[in-house]
Design a protein around this ligand. Structure first.
Ligand SMILES: [Fe+2]
Length: 280
């Protein structure tokens, strides 16, 4: 219970920073031409070729960041999604993490905290889902038209941390029904949940990439510690931690990765021979 209040206090401190930075984003959103993206999501059906599917699957298995697969993934993102991301978050939009996510059929899925309605407590934040295997039975439910509102910590959503799961149908909610080859972009300021309890016999595999305004990342802990008057945030969403997992540097790959507009060099730590990245 004490944790619940500490968590809430931290979210309140963050909300001041988040809403200040998102002010510019909201102005941009209302002028977006695409009618779906304007209300918080965009769906792309059957969006990549067999060839793209096979290298993305290989990438999912190896997960080697400093590899040609990352460059191919970044090219895919640049060609197909970056225009939407920049029109939404602006030119400060940077990629800050890549998740390799598998949902297996399991009766415990129902109790996963992401299966309960929530927002990601980051204000306007874009996730891109790239579905490598899916059958439409494990969607993300999203409530559109909530993305131009300010972010405030939600006491009901936070109850999920105390084990109180909320999965009730919401008016206007839509389902992003990922099937193999589909992609989706959505803003995690909108109430959403993974409908994991609906999955049938087969797993779902997605690569999920996350984009945020870099200034928000810096101020939420990466460079500055979030605080309000004398109150400090005890658990900032981003921390500049000591680098680990150093690998031998391949200069050719590193140079190519650094060229992408949505990649930020501050996430890299390197010397002449070794390199590591500092994502969350
Ligand atoms: Fe979420």
């Amino acid at each position: 219970m004490l944790n619940y209040f500490i968590n809430f206090k931290n979210q309140l401190i963050n909300s001041c920073i988040i809403n200040r930075i998102d002010r510019k984003v909201k102005k941009r959103i209302i002028n977006i031409k695409d009618p779906n993206l304007r209300i918080g999501y965009k769906y792309f059906e059957n969006y990549f070729s067999k060839d793209e599917l096979s290298y993305l699957n290989e990438y999912f298995d190896h997960r080697n960041f400093f590899s040609n697969e990352t460059i191919r993934l970044f090219e895919f993102v640049e060609k197909n999604f970056y225009g939407y991301i920049e029109s939404y978050l602006g030119e400060n939009a940077k990629l800050y993490s890549i998740n390799f996510n598998t949902i297996q059929p399991n009766s415990k899925n129902k109790f996963d905290i992401s299966a309960s309605w929530h927002n990601d407590n980051l204000g306007n934040n874009l996730k891109v889902y790239i579905c490598l295997e899916g059958y439409g039975d494990c969607p993300t439910g999203v409530v559109p038209n909530q993305n131009t509102k300010n972010y405030y910590p939600n006491i009901f959503f936070n109850l999920r941390f105390l084990g109180k799961i909320s999965q009730k149908f919401k008016k206007d909610e839509i389902d992003l029904k990922y099937k193999t080859g589909d992609c989706a972009i959505f803003d995690t300021i909108s109430p959403h949940r993974g409908k994991y309890e609906k999955i049938k016999n087969n797993k779902r595999r997605c690569i999920i990439i996350n984009f945020l305004d870099i200034e928000k990342i810096e101020k939420l802990g990466f460079l500055e510690y979030p605080k309000f008057l004398f109150m400090k945030n005890t658990k900032p969403p981003f921390r500049k931690i000591l680098p680990k997992n150093f690998t031998k540097k391949n200069n050719d790959i590193v140079t190519k990765i650094k060229k992408f507009k949505f990649f930020d060099e501050r996430f890299l730590v390197e010397d002449d021979e070794n390199i590591s990245y500092l994502w969350t």
